[in-house]
Each structure stands twice: as structure tokens, then as C-alpha cells.
Design a protein around this ligand. Sequence first.
Ligand code: SAM
Ligand code: SF4
Length: 477
Amino acid sequence: MSIIYTPQKYKLADKPMENFIDPEEINEILATHQQPSMQQVNEVIAKSMQKQRLSLQDTAILLNANEPEMVDTIKSAARQLKEQVYGKRIVLFAPLYVGNLCINDCTYCGFRSTNKKQERITLGKQDIIDQVKALEDTGHKRLILVYGEHPRYDAQFIAETVKMVYGVKHKNGEIRRVNINAAPLDIEGYKIVKEAGIGTYQIFQETYHKPTYEKVHLKGTKKHFEWRLAGLDRAQEAGIDDVGIGALFGLYDWRFEAMGLVRHVNHFEAVYNVGPHTISFPRIQSASGFEVDKRYEVSDTDFTKLVAVLRLAVPYTGLILTAREPGYIRDEILQYGVSQIDGGTNIEMKGYTSHKEQQDLDHEQFEICDDRSLNEVMEELVEDGYIPSFCTACYRLNRTGEHFMEFSVPGFIKRFCQPNAILTLAEYLEDYAPPATKEKGYKLIEDSLKDYEDERFKTKLVERLGRIQAGERDLYF
Ligand code: SAM
Ligand code: SF4
């Protein structure tokens, strides 16, 4: 059955496109599960620990659990689940802003078309080469390309820029996976970008509360709530099964948005039999000409709980945390289930080569709170016992629906993900790390090898580590 979409007309063949977000349903579930008992909280957690995805009712119980003892129980369960499902790996990436032209008017974004202070820049081929070289020189292997919404940034343009990025090889550096955060496309458009070899296509719904959505999206295609909500369904129809959803926390009630995210996951699982690959939950930041509305501000206390609840609600969906958050928040919630973070982030247009000390909001989308270099982030992860990973193996070996592979094949993480994390860490230590990080990194690798009881496998891994030290690159299981 083909899908016919235009921003004004959302149809699945001749049936109207379902808006699967029902605000009344969400509000009612939240209202009927207020002030849950400790027993209810424990029952829900027991389900999560069996690695079952939670229902909206279960999620509401955890979101409404406010007693300190309940919150501690939720956080410690999330920590345990994360350890069981993901092990100690944290995947690292960097954002690269390709263009900030935009036809939309999202009140919260520095790129909004009505913001005349923003300097409009679109990277040309040489700019892309320069930015990517600079990123490769710090050790990055995975990027997310970010675009405003503009006719110039059509599918063809996105595909061309993706190919340019893959083409930049500098010293031992190369980008092995390019993800996208751009406007929703039509089915034909998704087919074009898929051809270019993209990893995940991310679209954040921003808010699942339609009245709020309409208040903050004033102009352009993005005004259409359903066009955006169905954006990743069209990606699926075009054969892109690796998609990322998200909500911008701070526009509306955070509990409602968390329920919206879980409902979105349910939708994918019900219709496509596979959930989204990742969830992002950025908290809104100041931007050029925009101050955050305190009414829906998510406090640190609520935010850390929110992440723990999401981990328990969707055990198999990757959680992404970005440099919008300060280091101390990142450190805390890494424990509860975040599986990917960015490092050495610079969101200024051409920012990776300009080396400015301070952010200039008129040249970027919003304010970031964590401006540590990639190496500083790596070193801290290593000190805390995490294995930073630049692994891209599944995607490159066409182990599609990689989240499915990871979690459905017994021992997959131990035999593939963890060793690949170790191998990519070794590459980083050889090529980019200063001596102190190198020493700490190899100590972590040595300790991690002790976890391997299977001597034959361990020998293989050690042999590959030796080949990396001898100069070979890009080895994986
Ligand atoms: N222009 C495309 C779009 O809107 O979908 C591409 C992505 S936009 C450049 C990336 C994301 O940045 C948005 O989806 C939004 O969630 C987030 N964003 C925008 N303004 C923000 C702000 N003030 N603080 C934090 N995140 C923000
Ligand atoms: Fe444009 Fe995206 Fe910013 Fe909205 S969030 S103004 S669509 S860049």
C-alpha cells in the first residue's frame, strides 16, 4: 500500500493518516496513576528487569512516583538494567552543522527564519572537507549532519553532502557512519538519502502536545504536526528502518512528553515490528533572541528521573544525551542508561576550524553547556570505567536492524559490541590520545579482557589489538 503525503493531506492509501497521539488518553492515564504505591513501583520495575517494554500505564506509574525512596529504586533499577543490556560501552559522535538556512519559524530556535541576527551559512564542498578533517584529527568516526529546513537542502543535497563526508580521509582518519538530523522528507526523498549510505535518520517531534506544537511552530512546513509525526513512518516505507525520535523538553509538561515518546515507540513496534533505534530528550536552551519559558522547565531532579524512567520503559532503545547538558548531569545520567553522547562538540557554523573561545549565539542554533574536547570526554569516561566506542560494524556489515541483532542474539554484546568498542578505543589511543589518556585507556582494556572467560575468543581479540598497534586499522568482529 503506498502512502500519499503532502503537508496538508495525510493519507495512507485512502484511509486518513492516524494521529496516534491521543492527548486525552495520555492525560487520563497520567491522572489515574497519580501517587502510586511502592508496591506498584516495584511491580513495574520487575517487568522492566525482565526486559519487557512498559505500557503507557506502567510508564505513568514511574513518572508519577515522587517519594525519594521510589526515585532511588527507579534509578538503581535503571543502572542495573543498563549494565545488563548495554554493558560498559558508550558510543561517541559529533554533530556537524551543514547549513542554517530555514523557512520555518520555530520560536525556540536561533535558525528561525524571522531571526535576522543569524548569519546564514551553507557549507560548500571545501568547507565540508575542512570541518571533517578537523573532526577526524580529534579521533571522531561517527557524525550526525544537521540541516535547517530549506528548499536548498533537499534530499539530493543531503545525499551529496553525506557522500562528501564519507570521502574525506585524513591520515588514519575517516568517518564510518553518517547520521542525519534534518527536516522530514517524502518517500522518494528518503530513498535518495538511503542510497547515500546514511545510518540513522533523526526527527524530533519537539512536543507531542498538538496545541503547544501549533503555538511554537509559526511558519513553514514544520507547522504541520501530522506531517512531522508521520515523518519517520515515511522513512520506514522508503526502507530506512534505522530511525531516531525525540522531544524537546521544556515546551510542555515533561511527563506528557515522556508518554508521547513511549507511545511513538509503541506505534513503530506495532506497525513495523521494530522500534526506533534511538530516543533523544534535549532540554531546551537559550538561543539567539530566545529565553527559555520557566513554566515548563525540567529541573535537574526531574530530568535525571526522566532518563531513568525512559531506560526502564524501553530497555532496547538507545538513549542519546548531548552537550546541551552540563558535564555533571551527563556524568550522573550516563549511569541510568544513556548509550550515546557527543564529545568535542562545536555547533557554530564552520566551528571546528574557527577555534573560538566563546559561543556566539548569533552564529549557532542554541547554547551548549559542555564544551569539553573529545579527549577530555574520553579520558573521563575511561576513568569512570566506561569503554568509549566508535564502533560502526553492524551498520557496515549490513547487520540491519542492528538493535534487533544486539538484543535478540544471545551473547551478541559480549562477542561483538564490547570487543569492537575495545578495538576502536585502541585505534583512538594509538592515533589521537595524549600519553596520559593512552596509559589509562590501555589499563582499561587490560581490565576488560579479564572479563573474557572464553580463551579462544580472547586470543583472537588480543591478536587484533596487536595488529592495531602494528598499524592496521578498521578491524572488527
Ligand atoms: N531543522 C530540522 C528540524 O527542525 O527538524 C533539523 C534539526 S534542528 C537543526 C535540530 C534540533 O535542535 C531540533 O529538532 C530541536 O529539537 C533542537 N533545538 C532547536 N532549538 C533548540 C534549543 N533552543 N535548545 C535545545 N534544542 C533545540
Ligand atoms: Fe529551522 Fe529546525 Fe530551527 Fe525549526 S528547529 S527553525 S526547522 S532549524
